[in-house]
Write a protein that binds this ligand. Sequence first.
Ligand SMILES: NC(=O)c1ccc[n+]([C@@H]2O[C@H](COP(=O)([O-])OP(=O)(O)OC[C@H]3O[C@@H](n4cnc5c(N)ncnc54)[C@H](O)[C@@H]3O)[C@@H](O)[C@H]2O)c1
Length: 419
Amino acid sequence: MSATLLDQALTRLDDAAQHLKLDPDVLEKLKYPRETTKTRLLIRMDDGSRKSFMAWRCRYDDTRGPTKGGIRFHPDATVDEVETLAFWMTFKCAVMNLPYGGGKGAVQVDPRKLSKAELERLSRAYMQAFSGIIGPDRDIPAPDVYTNAMIMGWMADEYASIVGRVSPAVITGKPIALGGSLGRDDATARGGFYLLRHLENELGVGPGSRVAIQGFGNAGSHMARLLAEIGYRIVAVSDSRHGVHSAAGIPFDRLIEAKRDAGLASLVGSDGVGALVPGDIVGVDCDVLVPAALENLIHADNAASVKAKVIVELANGPITPAADDLLSARGVTVLPDILANAGGVTVSYFEWVQNRQGYYWTVAEIHERLKASMEAEGRAILERASERKITMRSAAYVHALGRLAEAIEAHGTQQFFTS
Ligand SMILES: NC(=O)c1ccc[n+]([C@@H]2O[C@H](COP(=O)([O-])OP(=O)(O)OC[C@H]3O[C@@H](n4cnc5c(N)ncnc54)[C@H](O)[C@@H]3O)[C@@H](O)[C@H]2O)c1
């Protein structure tokens, strides 16, 4: 039987554990999800029929605080994927020293096939089904693939009617008018952007460097904008349907217009833009590769084709452990997901704090706090990696595991109870 996604993810935990002196309790606690709830959401479709969709919510570990993690709407969502994403969230929150554990949710659905009213009913049904698990001090969802601010707003509204009071801190990534935070929309990309900029000297990249981006949704399109604004050249972009490339670079405005109107493929043929099979983005000639779509983009069979010297993982889990080894042997630096895309959860944390204090920060304050956190944690991880001669990914896991272990051990260790 082939290894599950969670088995693969847990190899990172084993790897990190070798670098720390841990009580056995720590691994016993972290190698299984604490609870995963599964249900079928039954909603009324516009044609009068009823249709059901499989849905999950996983709370992986809550030692460091309430669980936190997005909700994904995707036709290929599985329980294995949800539990793995929740495991990654546990480590991501610890990397950033946020007072949260890790969680994640999903509905197995292609939201592009639903009407707007069906999408609203499905989103509200999700909150009805999981409102006993979710809560501002228990489990706090956010957007992920194919979910957005409006969906978070519907879910917050449903939660408010279930508990009988307005409770904006139950969910983050909401519209600004409903208690969302300024700066949450581009926070995932912005966090990766601040990290990359901070480490440019060490990584040997900077304005003028060529960038290829897989996925042109929230994370990917904002990253393209931020990098293009300071002079990086966007030489290739793909989404689930199409890919485009141009050695001279494609202006961001043209990319975003094409994505919104006629699709990325409408750019092909003008100004030296060529078509690209979406999967071929891995081997595009570039300096920085930014996976910003789904898991397992780079695996043992295509890792050798990577030409980039730096990979910024805005997506969760885009590189398999086997590919990681091949890339590191070739000297490719990977800024790992649990650090590089942690800007999203960090600004989600700011949103939760603002909701609870009822006092809202300016966008400049949000950016400043995010930048400070990304730079401090990124620098600490880079130093740990060079001290121990390990990859940035291993260093990030060691960094997070140290914090998780401290919290787990604070309840007493085997040695404490037997001495
Ligand atoms: N939104 C956040 O705050 C956030 C935070 C941390 C991590 N992430 C991660 O970033 C990644 C993208 O999330 P998002 O929020 O930008 O989602 P999104 O729904 O806004 O965008 C997803 C994009 O991926 C593209 N895509 C899907 N399948 C593809 C394929 N096979 N090849 C190429 N492109 C494909 C879609 O066309 C779309 O452009 C996910 O891994 C998600 O877990 C998101």
